[in-house]
Design a protein around this ligand. Structure first.
Ligand code: SF4
Ligand code: SF4
Length: 399
């Protein structure tokens, strides 16, 4: 297993993400299968395990803690996350202390090696960006007490909001988890986010290396071209090899759902085989086809003349995300924008299309985005529904 240094630790280059664990017919986590996966992970040198409060409806923390408890505490590193992104208007804010104590208990540990503010984005910045919420004081106190060893954050925001967050809390952050893969390098402007983090001296943790499976299989012709270049590697392995081509990642998290995926990943992370130019060119071509994306380069030539002051490249990147899959993160980010900054504020004047070197029909793309977003449940609505369901469950267990 390849490893990377982080401060005084030696971390496996591959971490076990536990958002998509194996489940049985009733949808419950298959603990026996998970135990076998954890055995295989530890035997092969994986020492980093990543869970979160909402994964598997709150059950991932319990199952992962149970599986790890069979090994000495000092032989593995556990990461968990504070779900500040679930604090939305109309829902009683989660109490950081109550959540944190609950998480320790569920995982069966008395400290977390890594603890993250979960899902910083344009919408959750309403909570994270409000100093009155005082969550940071609490987490820094836990760090002083040794109950959090390393504090960081995961981020789905655009580069500008990432910078805003760093201006507030960058001094306390030891690592940042971002969505990084050969599609999002340009699509979600991950290249720029890496540059911002590098400048801030914050190591990069990678999530969604194969974009939730979107980059794990392609049409027969595309896969044949990939196999011709790398006959011994699986299709998902290309995503990990691409990550070996960019310099920054310290940790690559893969959400593995079965032993087969894990064994394939372990094979890939046993050596360094970065992609050559021909292979990178093929991935670029594939990325273009997969996303069928709006070819916005983020040059911002269109922005200065927009009478509505819209952040056009960010809106187009959200449209690209939604074209690939209905991502709740994108819906949440969009919902976090001021109403007058959303796609439906466009008055169709057309100056942007004229200014665009890529000849993108911006007003048309923004109109499509506003129609798609109008049909979505907002993140706030989802959080309110979840909070009501949790309150109901709590009340019925009392009666
Ligand atoms: S068409 Fe819309 S996005 Fe483009 S400049 Fe006019 S108002 Fe702004
Ligand atoms: S001018 Fe075109 S390519 Fe440049 S940011 Fe605007 S839409 Fe994107």
């Amino acid at each position: 297993m390849l490893t990377h240094s982080f401060q005084d630790l030696q971390l496996s280059a591959l971490g076990f993400g536990t958002m998509r664990l194996p489940t049985d017919e009733s949808g419950e986590i298959d603990q026996a299968q998970l135990d076998r996966m954890v055995d295989t992970a530890i035997a092969s040198g994986i020492n980093y395990f990543d869970t979160a409060y909402p994964y598997h409806g709150g059950k991932s923390e319990i199952a992962v803690g149970k599986a790890l408890s069979r090994y000495p505490r000092e032989s593995w590193y556990l990461a968990d996350k504070f779900p500040g992104h679930q604090n939305v208007p109309g829902v009683t804010p989660l109490d950081p202390e109550e959540v944190f104590e609950d998480q320790l208990k569920k995982c069966g540990v008395d400290y977390f090696d890594f603890y993250l503010l979960h899902n910083v984005n344009e919408s959750s910045l309403r909570y994270y960006g409000n100093p009155e919420n005082r969550f940071m004081d609490f987490f820094l106190e836990q760090k002083r007490k040794g109950r959090i060893r390393h504090l960081g954050f995961s981020c789905h925001a655009a580069a500008e909001a990432l910078s805003d967050f760093l201006n507030l809390y960058g001094q306390y952050m030891e690592f940042c988890q971002i969505q990084l893969n050969y599609l999002d390098w340009t699509l979600q402007n991950a290249e720029k986010k890496c540059a911002i983090l590098k400048q801030a001296g914050i190591p990069v943790w990678v999530m969604e290396p194969v974009r939730g499976g979107k980059l794990a299989s392609f049409d027969a012709e595309t896969e044949a071209r990939m196999r011709a270049l790398r006959p011994d590697e699986s299709i998902p392995a290309w995503g990990f090899r691409w990550l070996q081509t960019v310099p920054q990642p310290t940790m690559v998290l893969s959400g593995m759902s079965n032993l087969e995926q894990m064994q394939d990943n372990i094979r890939t992370f046993s050596d360094l085989k970065p992609l050559n130019n021909e292979e990178q060119a093929l991935l670029k071509e594939i990325a273009g086809k997969v996303a069928k994306f709006i070819p916005c380069t983020g040059c911002r030539y269109c922005c200065a003349g927009c009478p509505m002051g819209l952040d056009i490249p960010t809106l187009l990147s959200m449209a690209n995300d939604m074209a690939i899959h209905n991502s709740m993160n994108t819906v949440a980010r969009y919902g976090g924008l001021e109403k007058e900054k959303r796609a439906d504020a466009c008055i169709g004047c057309g100056q942007c299309a004229e200014a665009c070197p890529q000849k993108i029909n911006v007003p048309e793309e923004l109109h499509k985005l506003s129609v798609i977003m109008a049909g979505q449940k907002t993140w706030d609505e989802i959080c309110r529904e979840r909070a009501e369901a949790a309150a109901l469950a709590k009340n019925s267990s009392r009666s």
